[in-house]
Design a protein around this ligand. Structure first.
Ligand SMILES: *Cc1c(COP(=O)(O)O)cnc(C)c1O
Length: 456
């Protein structure tokens, strides 16, 4: 029996290619639609804000896409990331299950997000782009992109939702250290921002507004592109490095997973972790349950409709076929800021629709309880987003205790929570509210879905 606590790969074993599941799906993915014409988006529609090389990845039918050497070099600052056996947690739960966690919290910004930030900065750099514009909520994506741009000597402009800019200074400081310029959104730098400020000079901002500002900045400056941290095919593609490494590590440990678990905001860490295993499932080589966890306050996969909807609040982005709570959905202020998107990656939604992935949702307090158990046994403090996945691990491990099944449970540990300690403070003080997004409000937000056929 393997006695390891950490299953590590040498730098030489860092994968040489990302895995693109799109050509291996049983049927083609429904295309994104141009919101003005209702016709499939063409590469030309995307050119004002994305470079050709990333547009090619977005629509690629190649199953393997080589990771360029300069990207692999930067990955090697923290990759391959360790796969830990959570032996202390197993003992605490008195479970016969074997629990493993893939630790993406070891990256410099502390989450999985630089896996795609570094790749996106590189492909823009070689396309001659000088500056990337983006939005950020709590700051995980903005800090990952600032880090990546710094390493490739590019400028980074981040539109940070104003209320987070004011209330959550630490990731803003990270962005400044890595040389990003950060503006509290809405700003007076864009038409989108000015229009909001005219109506409400004290606007707190929202992710939807910040997206509109970043996209406008990119579309109106020749040397500037836009970068998105989740949802798109090329983002999930870059994140498959997580699952590909995990497959190698499980092989070293002589394990086959029975249950795979991750949390879902837009679907990038979960997709990147799970997709290489979904391929094994499609090929009949793996019989594992794959569980996607979301908050009950933003129950996209568990309560949303599978329909075409806009990616942003303002209705400017292409329409995507996905589970959605409606682009008018207003997420309540829970602490897992990264899990509050109204939709999810169309690729992930397709896999859920096909029954290859099972979604479930939890409220905040049980999530923080599980995270605290994890911190007290394994030592590492999970990000509030990651803690949703940890809650599912604890539940599944307890089920194994009750049934005596010796299952192998593997979870994607998407990031650490060192900049989210205020959330733990609120939990420990008993101040967190459990919240289920009410059915009527979901129905209301779903009323303004654009009318396009789903093709199903
Ligand atoms: C951003 C973030 C998430 C949610 O985003 P996905 O695209 O769904 O992965 C989850 N965990 C952490 C730590 C994050 O920073």
């Amino acid at each position: 029996m393997d006695e390891s606590y950490r299953i590590t790969l040498s730098e030489k074993e860092l994968p040489h290619a990302w895995y693109n599941i799109v050509p291996d799906l049983p049927e083609p993915l429904a295309p994104p639609l141009n919101p003005k014409t209702g016709k499939p988006v063409t590469p030309d529609d995307l050119k004002p804000i994305f470079p050709d090389n990333l547009i090619a990845q977005e629509v690629s039918q190649e199953p393997w896409i080589e990771i360029p050497e300069p990207v692999r070099e930067i990955y090697r600052l923290w990759r391959p990331s360790p796969l830990h056996r959570a032996r202390n947690l197993e003992k605490y739960l008195k479970t016969p299950a074997r629990i493993y966690y893939k630790n993406e919290g070891v990256s410099p910004p502390g989450s999985h997000k630089p896996n795609t930030a570094v790749a996106q900065a590189y492909f823009n750099k070689i396309a001659g782009v000088k500056r990337l514009a983006t939005e950020t909520g709590a700051g995980q994506w903005g800090s990952a992109l600032s880090f990546a741009c710094r390493l490739f000597d590019m400028q980074c402009t981040v539109y940070m939702v104003k209320v987070s800019y004011e209330q959550k200074p630490y990731r803003r400081i990270l962005m400044h250290i890595w040389g990003g310029e950060v503006y509290p959104s809405p700003t007076d730098r864009t038409n989108a921002g000015r229009a909001i400020l005219e109506k409400n000079p004290n606007s707190n901002g929202s992710l939807g507004i910040a997206i509109s500002e970043a996209v406008e900045d990119a579309a109106t400056h020749e040397d500037t592109n836009y970068a998105l941290g989740s949802v798109l095919n090329h983002v999930l593609l870059h994140q498959t490095i997580i699952g590909l490494e995990t497959q190698k590590q499980l092989k070293l440990a002589e394990e086959k997973p029975d249950i795979l678990i991750g949390c879902v905001g837009g679907g990038s860490n979960f997709g990147g972790f799970a997709i290489p295993f979904v391929k094994e499932k499609l090929d009949g080589k793996l019989d594992a349950e794959i569980i996607a966890v979301e908050p009950t306050s933003c129950p996209t996969l568990t309560k949303g409709l599978y329909e075409y909807d806009y990616g942003d609040t303002a209705g400017m982005t292409p329409l995507m076929l996905m589970y959605t709570l409606g682009h008018a959905f207003e997420p309540p202020g829970i602490h897992a800021g990264g899990l509050r998107y109204h939709g999810d990656a169309p690729l992930l939604c397709y896999l859920v629709k096909k029954g290859l992935i099972s979604p479930r949702a939890y409220t905040q307090n049980p999530v923080f309880e599980a995270a605290t158990i994890f911190a007290r046994t394994e030592g590492i403090i999970p990000a509030p987003e990651t803690s949703h996945a940890i809650k599912a691990v604890v539940d599944e491990a307890i089920k194994c205790r009750e049934t005596g099944e010796e299952k192998c449970i593997v979870v994607c540990f998407s990031g650490h929570g060192h900049f989210d300690l205020a959330a733990y403070d609120d939990y420990l003080a008993g101040k967190l509210k459990d919240y289920e997004y009410p059915e009527e409000k979901i129905k209301e937000a779903l009323k303004d879905l654009p009318k396009f056929p789903t093709g199903l």
